[in-house]
Each structure stands twice: as structure tokens, then as C-alpha cells.
Design a protein around this ligand. Sequence first.
Ligand code: SF4
Length: 466
Amino acid sequence: MTHNDHDCQGFATSSGGLPPAWRSHAARSLPRYTSYPTAVAFAPVEGDAEARKWLSAIGAEQTISAYVHVPFCRRLCWYCGCHTSVVHDNTRVAAYVGTLMHEVDLWADALPAHAGAAHLHFGGGSPNALSPEDFLALVRHMADRFSLRPGAEVAAELDPGMLSEAFIDAAGEAGVTRASLGVQTFDRAVQARVNRIQSFDQVAAAADRLRKVGVGAVNFDLMYGLPGQTPENVAASTEAAVTLRPDRVAVFGYAHVPWMKKHQVMIGEGDLADGDGRWAQAEAADSVLRGAGYLRIGLDHYALPGDPLALAAASGSLRRNFQGYTDDPAPVLVPVGPSSIGRLAAGFIQNAAATDVWSRAVEAGRLPVARSLPVTAEDELRAAVIERLMCDLTVDVGAECRDRGFETNALDAAVAAALALQADGLCRVEGRAVTIPEEAFRLMRVVAACFDAGLAPVERRHARAV
Ligand code: SF4
């Protein structure tokens, strides 16, 4: 049993900066908990027999989602942390789309009867590195082979600096319902320092045309922590962004991991803000967004009231997934494209990351799965606790244990670890209920990490908490 024996008042206000007691917590390298266990725990797997067996357990009443990875971009941003490469050869891209189509057929043939696809998500890289014709053909093929349901969400991440009118028109024709534009910053000096030049007018024109062709929702991604960013220019970029009234805004901190992403050596470590600076930048964006009427969702998302994400957050049905936060309740995620991660009831599967390995598997008629992780009942329990903390900032750990057939004290060691954070004001622990106070939301990963059984050996792989 744990006790609420600390006073958590007086640690931070929305304008108070990073409290000294939180500096070491903010500097911790932690997973983003877009899944639990995290992808670093996946193990190599030979062949596709396991994936086919796991797929066969899908019920006829279950909807599915699919994530498609496009590992190409038309330019390389120095801050990029994605699995991508720059491509100028259109023949190579077209060949890639041909293999993707084939892979879609393999998955569709391997799936048992299901209730159709509720959500298709195109990420990357940049899906708009594909030609408009190829993108349209790919979406149509997936809609056909995965039985896209009426009203399904079809979402695409797009690079607005490389987005042609023809591609936008194809997105409209393909029935894309939501586009996420990688805005990051409007500050020209910062853009120059990260090799991502794009004007406000380009972004405004893209958002406008997307809406005109019927893409009902337009999201923006913004960043803080880039070289040259300050609270002032982050606020200015955010103010400019909200004039275009995106439906959702995600605000991500730059993760400097040049030992994993070699091109990040183009960004000098000395040019980066320290923990206090990053905190102030994140607060600047938060303050502008909330002042403009956006609701904060989880760790780093904001949505206009009435957006499905805001409604899901209000009703307690918000989910955490590989794209961040979602209102998509589909229990099955089919991975398409190299490095894509899928989720089935029995566990996680991940496609081969190297495009040549992935394409050889597809050409041989094999599902291109290269890594997997069966999930245990305890994994599911820890995942549920972490997901509720990341979505709702509060969780009744004892109830989660009981609901999954565990003793209510099954995670008491983790609750005790959370209790140790209470003295610093990161959470309140009452009985087995753990709550992250509003002012500490940015450190929710630190609290979630208490419930992560596999964290210790892999901290260096992850980005700092803030
Ligand atoms: S467009 Fe996106 S995925 Fe491509 S290099 Fe830039 S940040 Fe990375």
C-alpha cells in the first residue's frame, strides 16, 4: 500500500520555467511510449509463419488499421529522426510502389475475414515523395484489398515544402480525410540551420488547397529545441501557425541522437538550448496554442474543441499509438513498407527495415516481417497503465490489475517508484491511484517509466524527456 504523504504544491506554474528540482528528470532519456514494450525489445524472427498464425486469430467482427511507410524524401532535414533516405530517381520510387502494392496483396490474402479497414495512415519519410498517380493508385488498391469502411480515416503526413498542387489534388481524389503538414518552424534563420526552407505562404497555400479538394482536417507539426530556436521565435511561429487554424497541432522536441542518426552531426551540440531553454520554448508554444483556443491532448498534441481527438480525450477513449495519439480503437494494425510496425492481439511485428531485404521478401511471396515480440499478460497490464498515464494523466493501477486478473498489488513496486517522484511534484499517489498534476504534464514519461520493466539497459537509445 502506498500513501499520499507529501505536499505537491508550489513546484511550477505555466510561466515559471523549469523548476530546479525537475532538471534532472527533464534530462532523462526515455521512450515516447508510443508502444509498450517499446520497439527496442523486438527480437529477430525467421520467416512469416508466426505472423500468419497471429493474423489468423483476427475475428470477423474486428476492424483493422494499416500503416504504410514511405522511406523516401525529396530533401534531408538535419534534425530528421525518421527512417528515410533522399531520392531523386523516380524510377526507383515507382518500383517501390509496385512492391508496396504486392505487399498489400500478401497481407490482404493472409488476413482472415474482418470488418474492414477503419484507418489507413501514410507516413515516412514523405508520402508526397511518391508521384500523385502512384499515391492515388496505392490508396485505391489498399481501399479495395483491405475493404475500406465508409467514413474511415485516411491520413497522410506531408512535407509542405515539396508538396505539388497535383499531389494535393490526388490526395483529394484518393479520399484522404486528414493531412499532417510538417511545419516545424516559420523562422527563416532556424529553417536555414536545419536545411528545411519553406515559406509561410507555401504552408498556407497547401492548407487552403487541401481543404478545397475535400481533405477535411489539416494538422500541423511544430518543433522546439532546434538550433537557433528561442521562446520568442517559437511563439512567433506558433502564432503564425494558428492563423491558419489547423485542426490539430503536435509540438515535438528535437531529439539530438547523432550516434543513431548520422546526418544530425550537421547540428552542433553547442547550438542547442539547454533543458531550461527547451522547457521555455515548449511553454511558449503551449501558451500560444491554449490562448488560441486549442485543448492540450496528452504529452504533445493540441486540438480544436470538437476535433475527434479532443472528444476522445474528454471521454477517456484516447489511445496512444505509433503515430502519437489517436481516437482509432482498431485492435489490429497491419504494417506495410520497410520498418513499419504492426500490432496483433498476440504481439508486435515489424517489417524488415532495409528496403532491399523487405522487397526480396515481398517478391518471394513472404510477409516481410523481420522482428516480433509476443506480448505477455503482464506486458498488456503495464501497457494499459502507461497508456492511461500518457493519455489521461491519471490511472488507478489497482483497478487495472484487477480488471486483467492480477492481484491488485501486482505493480506495487512500480507504484512505489512513482511515489518516490511525488516529493518532486511529478505525480500524486493516493492508494494505488497515480495522477500527474497539470503543471507536470511535460514530464509524464518520467512517471510512465516507473511502470516500464525493460527500461534500464536502453536509456541511451531514447530522446531526453523535454
Ligand atoms: S521531410 Fe520529414 S522524414 Fe523527410 S528528412 Fe525531413 S524530417 Fe525527415
